[in-house]
Design a binder for this molecule. Structure first.
Ligand code: ZN
Length: 288
């Protein structure tokens, strides 16, 4: 049975807190993230995980968790929704936040110690209202500049903002990264991968109504394909609507592998290699 790299997870999310209602598959141990993340069955399916922050507070938690699990790395950054204020309503000051992030990731030794492999997640989200496009852009471009200056890859969240997101990519030609939970066109995927970018897919690929996503995957350059969960959200069929986690990636792989005429073992091998190429996981993980 192959082990997969989950390139996009949020294990600091409150949905992973210990709670009998939070776990609902065979990993149901009621013990929260730590019970899940040390479960032998979980570990038998997971090669590596990137725990991705969405603001500087939970990015620190993502880093702290990465320090506990040998297979876990972290991404630190400010998500477009968080850019508009923390859940408790605290407004964010772009200048202050961006300089704190820059100070955090600029020292390569500190990066390695904190197991930070990317800036993320960053981008545009035009779905939720109210939306401040200028503020989102200030955070997105500010973080692209930090990526350009440090050489770190980025993890992009692009929701209903494909044109604007692609335009930002073109503005920072030295920056590489992944468009996670990709919902754009096959043509844009081609333009991105041609420029060395990667595209991440997760549970949505298994949804009955996701024919379009599957056709984009089928048309894609395999050397730029990444697997992810976006857990605790976006659980694959047959767990749709329940709590997602990295050991459910096999359900995603079973749908994606045949789109490229591959076995799941071959898909695991190529996507693990792609994740290593983009993020250099082996440089920070003690086991991969
Ligand atoms: Zn995410």
């Amino acid at each position: 049975m192959p082990r997969y790299t989950d390139t996009h997870a949020h294990y600091f999310d409150r949905k992973f807190d210990p709670n009998p209602h939070n776990f609902n598959d065979k990993f149901n141990k009621y013990g929260g993230a730590d019970t899940l993340l040390t479960d032998p069955d979980f570990l038998s399916k997971v090669a590596a995980v990137i725990n991705v922050g969405t603001n500087l507070v939970n990015s620190q938690t993502a880093v702290d968790m990465a320090g506990k699990y040998p297979y876990m790395a972290a991404a630190v950054g400010i998500h477009p929704e968080d850019a508009q204020g923390l859940p408790d309503g605290t407004p964010l000051d772009p200048e202050k936040e961006l300089s704190a992030l820059r100070a955090w990731v600029s020292d390569p030794d500190r990066r390695k110690r904190d197991k930070i492999v990317a800036i993320g997640e960053i981008g545009f989200d035009y779905h939720w209202q109210p939306m401040d496009k200028d503020l989102q852009r200030a955070f997105f471009e500010g973080q692209m500049q930090i990526a350009a200056d440090t050489g770190l890859p980025v993890i992009i969240h692009d929701r209903e903002a494909h044109g604007d997101s692609f335009e930002v990519v073109l503005k920072y030609p030295t920056v590489k990264g992944v468009f996670h939970a990709y919902g754009g066109s096959a043509e844009m995927a081609r333009e991105l991968t041609r420029r060395g970018w990667y595209i991440g897919f997760g549970g949505v690929a298994t949804f009955k109504n996701a024919e379009r996503v599957r056709s984009v995957i089928a048309s894609m350059d395999l050397s730029k394909l990444l697997l992810e969960t976006d857990c605790p959200y976006m659980a694959p069929v047959p767990f749709r609507g329940k709590i997602n986690h990295s050991a459910l990636i096999p359900y995603i792989a079973e749908v994606i592998a045949p789109l490229h005429g591959l076995t799941v073992e071959e898909l695991a091998e190529v996507t693990n290699r792609n994740a290593e190429e983009l993020f250099g996981l082996s440089k920070v993980l003690s086991q991969s």
